[in-house]
Design a protein around this ligand. Structure first.
Ligand code: OSB
Ligand code: MG
Length: 368
């Protein structure tokens, strides 16, 4: 197939509640939807997910737009694509900028599947119709309100709760939730807020039977994570560190973690995500799907990918109404008994609600 046209919607959706992490707070999510069209008029969609501030990782929405327009789209010019795996190879000469690459790579996978009249999950091994899901909770220093939120999500059926933590907001919120929910699948995510000097303090987390401690240290640190993992009973999960399969190999060789939070955009797309998933299977690392407050498009992609049997641990894939008043899909994604149904249609299996998109965003042609 040949990419003949690329368009985008630039969208800004208000969040129902501001979301606070160890590094900052957001109250709306800006993102782009990339539309790629082939020579027959088939179309694929991919979501561009980076935040506006470079505080989760270095990539931002603005930097990604530049990389897409100046460096990635030209690499697709006049190119015949036999399989979406080739896209990742073409993009290899652009260093880093994984989320920019992923927006186009995943759109091309979606296009390829639609063109072949198949659902995206049909390209993956051992898939299921429904996936178990969890929810990530922002920092809420009012512990009564925090407990109310946890109770609400548990009642909605979410199978796992992830609590954002930072120094000064860790043991107390964890203890409050544990006391009320002794058997809850509970984990924490520090988004790099600690250092190795906090090791004695972090050891205190062991007594709360947390499923995972996500990303306690800096995004480029493998050694201190390994030192911590040796001292902890609880499994460490890496998020920000992992951009490539090589990063997983390094983390595994050093013993920096026992689990990987896999975000398709953070690793440049589906091709690398599949390699990482396979590596984790071989090495017995627990791999599960993370999130970036995706709109319905990224959410549908995550569901397709998470349909793989190997991803047993509930992902950060919530229903549309967890973050947004209105999603940009014609049918919002809903949770049922702690599971979300993997959309069944062609490609990622969802279609856009254009009126909603135009209410919150603008349409623009990038390439013809
Ligand atoms: O660290 O996993 C993270 C959200 C934004 C940025 C980073 C992270 C998160 C989440 C929530 O934890 C994921 C989601 O529910 O989409
Ligand atoms: Mg994280």
């Amino acid at each position: 197939m040949q990419i003949k046209r690329i368009d985008r919607y630039c969208v800004r959706l208000p969040l129902k509640q501001p979301f606070e992490t160890s590094y900052g707070r957001i109250s709306e999510k800006a993102f782009d939807l990339m539309l790629v069209t082939d020579e027959k008029g088939n179309q694929g969609i991919g979501e561009l997910v980076p935040f506006e501030q470079p505080d989760y990782i270095e990539e931002t929405l603005d930097t990604a737009r530049i990389v897409i327009e100046k460096h990635l789209i030209p690499l697709l010019h006049n190119r015949w694509i036999t399989h979406p795996f080739e896209t990742a190879d073409y993009f290899d000469q652009v260093k880093g900028n994984y989320m920019a690459k992923s927006s186009l790579e995943t759109a091309i996978w979606d296009l390829y599947a639609r063109r072949q009249g198949k659902s995206l999950k049909s390209y993956f091994k051992d898939t299921r119709a429904k996936v178990p899901v969890g929810v990530s909770l922002g920092i809420q220093t009012d512990l009564t309100k925090l407990l109310e939120q946890v109770t609400d999500y548990v009642n909605q059926g979410y199978q796992r709760i992830k609590l954002k933590i930072r120094p000064g907001y860790d043991l107390a919120p964890i203890a409050v939730i544990r006391q009320q929910f002794p058997d809850l699948l509970l984990m924490v995510d520090a988004n790099s807020a600690y250092t190795i000097a906090d090791l004695p303090h972090l050891k205190k987390l062991d007594k709360y039977q947390l499923a995972l401690i996500e990303q306690p240290f800096a995004a480029n640190d493998f050694l201190d994570h390994a030192r911590l993992q040796k001292e902890l009973e609880t499994a460490i999960c890496l998020d920000e560190n992992i951009r490539t399969l090589k990063d997983c190999e390094l983390a595994f060789a050093l013993g920096s973690c026992r689990s990987i939070n896999l975000k398709i955009p953070r690793v440049g797309g589906i091709s690398e995500a599949l390699r990482i998933t396979e590596f984790c299977r071989d090495k017995d690392l627990l791999v599960w799907l993370g999130g970036m407050f995706e709109s319905g498009v990224g959410r549908a992609l995550n569901l397709q990918f998470a349909s793989q049997q190997q991803l047993t641990f509930p992902g950060d894939i919530s229903a549309s109404d967890r973050y947004y008043y209105e999603d940009i899909l014609s049918e919002p994604i809903a949770i049922q008994n702690g599971m979300i149904q993997v959309p069944d249609g062609l490609g990622i299996g969802v279609s856009l609600a254009e009126e909603t998109l135009l209410k919150y965003g603008a349409y623009e042609n990038l390439y013809t």
